[in-house]
Design a protein around this ligand. Structure first.
Ligand SMILES: Nc1nc2c(ncn2[C@@H]2O[C@H](COP(=O)(O)OP(=O)(O)OP(=O)(O)O)[C@@H](O)[C@H]2O)c(=O)[nH]1
Ligand SMILES: [Mg+2]
Length: 205
C-alpha cells in the first residue's frame, strides 16, 4: 500500500460521540502494551505518529487515523492494564464494546496478541466479542523479533489453542522492529477496504 497522507482525525473519550465516518474502518484491539500503536505506525510508514510508550495504558481513547482519505485505522484502548481502577477498566470495556456494536463502517478487527505468551482470558473475551458482533477475526501475533525462529511454530500453536481457534482463522506474525508481516497485513487491509466500487479502491503499487 502506498501511504500518501495520514491524519489523526478524531479522538474519542468515554463521553464522546463516535464519528459517522463514510469510509471503511479497520480496528486494532489487544491488551495494553501488546503493540497496537506500534503496528499502526508501521502501517502508516511513520515512526511515532501514533503514540507509543513503554508505559502501558498509553492509548486511553479511540483514535481514528484517516489514511489516504480512503480508509481509517482505529486504535482502540488497551485492556487488562493492572494499574487502572476497575471502574476505569469497565468504562473502556464499554467504550470498545459500544464502538464494535455501533460502527457502520468497521470492516474488520485485528486482534493483537503477544507471540511470546499464551492469550489471556481478556484476549479470549475480546476474540468472542469480535465474532459475536459479526466481524471476521484476524489475529496478529506481535513482537515476532523477540522469539527465535525455531520457536515460531510452537508459539503460533499456543496462540491458536489459547484463543480456541482452528486453521480457518488467519494468524499473522508481525514485528514492529523488522516490519516482518507488514506487507501481508497491508494486502489484507486492501482486500477488506476496496469495497464494491472499484473507483474507490485503495491505490496499490
Ligand atoms: N521488540 C519489539 N517491541 C515492540 C513491538 N511492538 C511494540 N513494541 C514495544 O512494546 C511497547 C508497547 O507498544 P505500544 O505500541 O505502545 O503498545 P499498545 O498496544 O499501543 O499499548 P497501549 O496504548 O497501552 O494499549 C513499546 O515499548 C514498543 O516499543 C515489536 O514488534 N517488537
Ligand atoms: Mg497504544
Amino acid at each position: 500500500m502506498i501511504i500518501k497522507t495520514v491524519n489523526l482525525e478524531t479522538v474519542c473519550g468515554v463521553t464522546s460521540r463516535l464519528p459517522e465516518n463514510d469510509k471503511p474502518e479497520i480496528a486494532f484491539a489487544g491488551k495494553s502494551n501488546v503493540g497496537k500503536s506500534s503496528l499502526i505506525n508501521a502501517l502508516m510508514n511513520r515512526k511515532s505518529y501514533a503514540r507509543i510508550s513503554a508505559q502501558p495504558g498509553k492509548t486511553q481513547t479511540i483514535n481514528f487515523y484517516n489514511i489516504n482519505e480512503a480508509l481509517y485505522y482505529v486504535d482502540l484502548p488497551g485492556y487488562g492494564f493492572a494499574k487502572v481502577s476497575l471502574a476505569e477498566k469497565e468504562k473502556w470495556g464499554r467504550m470498545i464494546e459500544n464502538y464494535l456494536k455501533k460502527s457502520r463502517q468497521l470492516k474488520c478487527v485485528f486482534l493483537l496478541v503477544d507471540i511470546r505468551h499464551e492469550p489471556s482470558a481478556n484476549d479470549r473475551q475480546m476474540y468472542d466479542w469480535i465474532v459475536h458482533n459479526g466481524y471476521e477475526p484476524v489475529v496478529i501475533a506481535t513482537k515476532l523479533d523477540k522469539i527465535k525462529r525455531s520457536q515460531l511454530q510452537k508459539q503460533l500453536k499456543l496462540v491458536r489453542s489459547g484463543l480456541g481457534i482452528g486453521s480457518q482463522v488467519t494468524v499473522i506474525p508481525f514485528s514492529a522492529e523488522t516490519k516482518q508481516g507488514r506487507d501481508e497485513i497491508w494486502d489484507l487491509i486492501e482486500q477488506l477496504t476496496s469495497g464494491d466500487d472499484p473507483d474507490k479502491a485503495v491505490q496499490t503499487d
